[in-house]
Design a protein around this ligand. Structure first.
Ligand SMILES: Nc1nc2c(c(=O)[nH]1)N[C@H]1C(S)=C(S)[C@@H](COP(=O)(O)O)O[C@H]1N2
Ligand SMILES: [Mo]
Length: 188
C-alpha cells in the first residue's frame, strides 16, 4: 500500500504554516547545531553546501489528509549534520528551530533515531528547483517516515536534547510522534 490510511492524493503542493513566510537572505543564513553534544557548531550557506548531498525520493503525507507522491528533495543528510556535532550519549531527541513570523522561533520535536534515518535531509532543492519561499526557502527539514509537519521550513537550528518536549504544533494539539501509517495525527 502506497498511501497511508485517511489520505487523498494531490498533484499540487499545498502550502501550510502558521503566520507569514519569513524572508531569508542567503548571505546571513546560518544553521546552528547545539545542545547535548561535544562539538556544537554553526555553518553559513557556503559551508553547508560543501557537505555531502543526496537526492531523496519520498512521499509527502500531510496531517490534513493530502499526500503528494514522488517528490525528489536534494539536501544534506541529517545524519552527517548530527555526527559532526558528536552528540553525547544522553542525546535522545532533537528540536528543530526555524525562523518564522511573527513567532520568531518555530519548533518541532522528533526522536533522534528517527531524525537520523538515511533518507532524512535538510533539503534546499525540490524536483531540481530551489524551494519556494512558501515551502521553506532556503532550507527545510525532511523526515519522510513521519507526517510532513515534522520537518521545519526555514530551518535555522537543530538542538540535541535528553528529553522530548512539544514543539509549536505539538503544543497546539498535534501528536508528539506523528507516524502517518498508524494515524498519529492529534494528541486527543
Ligand atoms: N517553520 C515552519 N515550518 C513548518 C510549519 C510552520 O508553521 N512553520 N508548519 C508545518 C506543517 S503543519 C506542515 S503541514 C508543513 C507544510 O509544508 P508545505 O507548506 O511546504 O506543504 O510544514 C511544516 N513546517
Ligand atoms: Mo500541517
Amino acid at each position: 500500500m502506497r498511501t497511508p490510511p485517511g489520505q487523498a492524493l494531490t498533484k499540487k503542493w499545498p502550502v501550510l504554516h502558521f503566520g507569514a513566510a519569513p524572508h531569508i537572505e542567503i548571505a546571513t543564513w546560518e544553521l546552528r547545531v547545539f545542545g547535548l553534544c561535544e562539538n556544537p557548531y554553526t555553518l553559513n550557506w557556503e559551508e553547508f553546501l560543501q557537505l555531502p548531498q543526496i537526492d531523496v525520493k519520498c512521499d509527502i503525507h500531510c496531517v490534513t489528509h493530502w499526500s503528494r507522491l514522488d517528490n525528489v528533495f536534494r539536501g544534506i543528510p541529517t545524519k552527517i549534520l548530527i555526527d559532526l556535532a558528536k552528540p553525547t550519549s544522553d542525546a535522545k531527541f532533537v528540536m528543530q528551530h526555524a525562523a518564522s513570523e511573527p513567532n520568531d522561533d518555530f519548533t518541532v520535536n522528533v526522536p533522534l533515531d528517527e531524525f537520523t534515518q538515511d533518507d532524512c535531509v535538510l533539503a534546499y532543492l525540490h524536483d531540481g528547483e530551489p524551494l519556494e519561499k512558501d515551502h521553506g526557502y532556503p532550507v527545510r527539514g525532511i523526515v519522510p517516515q513521519l507526517y510532513f509537519w515534522k520537518g521545519a521550513k526555514w530551518i535555522t537550528g537543530i538542538e540535541l536534547r535528553a528529553t522530548d518536549s512539544p514543539g509549536f504544533w505539538e503544543l497546539n494539539g498535534y501528536h508528539m510522534h506523528g507516524n502517518p501509517w498508524t494515524e498519529e495525527r492529534y494528541a486527543w
